[in-house]
Design a protein around this ligand. Structure first.
Ligand SMILES: [Zn+2]
Length: 464
């Protein structure tokens, strides 16, 4: 067991015997797929959801449920005051392994994910080497097997992310890739993207688009506007994103393939996705906590922890992202967790690396900025953070229906904390939210019926 701060992470190791049944009692169960928002008792056994009982928990339930188990053979979590939701999924993270294990490893990233309430993450292929063939996909899956979070690799669209030759998509999908993306870089040539879409369509996976027109964005370091002018920093205009989003949507419409627009940051992109959905284009989209929380004003005096790509935009863009999350134009919330070592951030703004970490602050920000302010209902929050990412990637989580994976997140909606990098499980510290007060956090993370993270809450044996 690894203990740090008040939280702890236990690893479910391969080959360990199946964990005991786990009953989550007295919580507020929120499962949009089943249409549930109310007090329920969730019963997990043998790695799946055994039942969700619409009765207040009493101990005698246990002998009815598990006659052979005897008293003490079942663990019970008292979830009074907590929300009990299908395990959260973050569909856009960078775990840096292989190649930059000094920034993050699959194991430390999985710990950070579990501490953030995530039971599944999809990791981007811009590692070193790039995940552009089946053997590398298999490597990530194998490294993820003993982790406290399910790890789903995304394969590259083009070999070495060079934007030229398509990677072997079919072989990567067969090996377990859940999508393809050149994230971190755009696929600059429209004909390459067109071929990728046609190719991916036959495998039923989405193409995740890092939509950026490089001839407009290159050498820029923050949003192009009044703030960049004042600071004397070369800007990245909103149109660098919207032109590419527009192209990717048009190619999806033309080919009939499925595209997912990553990290939407501009009002124009939200509008384009909304209009495309109305036309019936097969498009989904995500945005990230920094885009609905911060603006380019927050760059302040060259704060490199506010430097990411796409960059923080204006208040009008932030408000459009929030509106898109509210009306469902933006399907999913993802962190774009991008760990960097201090040497890449503690430098001049123009020389600093793009990207911020986010798995351990994502849920707290969604609760603080969106749910507590009435932008999203708790049900909509679960849709954006669990149902949609599972659906888009074709995973089996996102619900607590009988037979679903026993992946559950317990949320303490009133827990207060100040973001403190010393408490992060991530290897990196480049958070944009250091010092921010958040209300609401993951209390317990359950993976496959086993507690993999808890913040001061432990299951009790039913004997006690
Ligand atoms: Zn990206």
């Amino acid at each position: 067991m690894i203990t740090k701060g008040a939280g702890s992470v236990e690893y479910p190791r391969n080959g360990e015997p199946q964990s005991r049944p786990l009953v989550i009692a007295n919580g507020r169960v929120i499962d949009p797929v089943s249409g549930i928002d109310g007090p329920r008792t969730v019963v997990l056994d043998k790695g799946v959801v055994k039942s969700v009982i619409d009765k207040p928990f009493v101990k005698s339930m246990l002998t009815d449920l598990f006659p052979g188990c005897g008293d003490g053979g079942v663990d019970v979590i008292d979830a009074a005051g907590l929300w009990v939701v299908p395990g959260l999924a973050d569909m856009h993270v960078h775990l840096r392994e292989p190649g930059r294990e000094d920034k993050e490893t699959i194991a430390t990233g999985a710990q950070a994910a579990a501490a953030g309430g995530f039971t599944a993450v999809a990791c981007m292929p811009n590692t070193s080497p790039v995940l552009d063939e089946a053997s590398k996909i298999r490597y990530v899956i194998q490294r993820g097997e003993s982790c406290p979070c399910r790890i789903y690799p995304i394969g590259a669209i083009t070999k070495a992310l060079e934007g030229e030759e398509l990677a072997p998509v079919g072989e990567m999908v067969k090996a377990g890739a859940v999508a393809v993306s050149d994230d971190g870089k755009p696929v600059a040539r429209a004909n390459v993207m067109r071929n990728a879409l046609n190719y991916s369509k036959s495998f039923g996976i989405p193409v995740i688009c890092h939509s950026e027109e490089p001839t407009l964005s290159s050498k820029g370091h923050m949003n192009e506007g009044q703030v960049s002018t004042r600071l004397g920093v070369r800007g990245i205009p909103v149109v660098a994103e919207t032109i590419a989003v527009s192209r990717d949507i048009m190619l999806a419409e033309y080919t009939g393939a499925r595209v997912h627009i990553a990290h939407v940051s501009t009002a124009g992109s939200v509008r384009l996705v909304r209009e495309a959905k109305q036309r019936g284009v097969n498009v989904t989209a995500e945005s990230c906590p920094h885009y609905f929380t911060l603006t380019d004003e927050d760059v302040g005096l060259y704060d490199t922890n506010k430097k990411m790509n796409p960059p923080l935009r204006t208040a009008a863009d932030r408000d459009a992202v929030i509106a898109g999350l509210s009306d469902g134009t933006i399907d999913a919330i993802a962190s774009d967790h991008a760990p960097h070592v201090p040497e890449e951030k503690d430098v001049e703004f123009d020389n600093a690396a793009f990207g911020v970490i986010g798995m351990e602050t994502s849920l707290g920000l969604v609760l603080t900025v969106l749910v507590n302010k009435g932008v999203l209902t708790p049900t909509q929050m679960v849709e954006r953070m669990s149902v949609a990412p599972n659906r888009i990637l074709g995973l089996s989580g996102g619900t607590l229906k009988e037979g679903a994976p026993a992946d559950v997140t317990l949320i303490a909606p009133e827990a207060r904390r100040t973001v403190n990098p010393a408490e992060f499980f991530s290897k990196s510290r480049n958070s944009a939210f250091i010092g921010m007060e958040l209300t609401g956090a993951a209390a317990v993370t359950v993976l496959g019926g086993r507690v993999v993270f808890s913040f001061g809450i432990r299951p009790q044996s039913s004997l006690e």
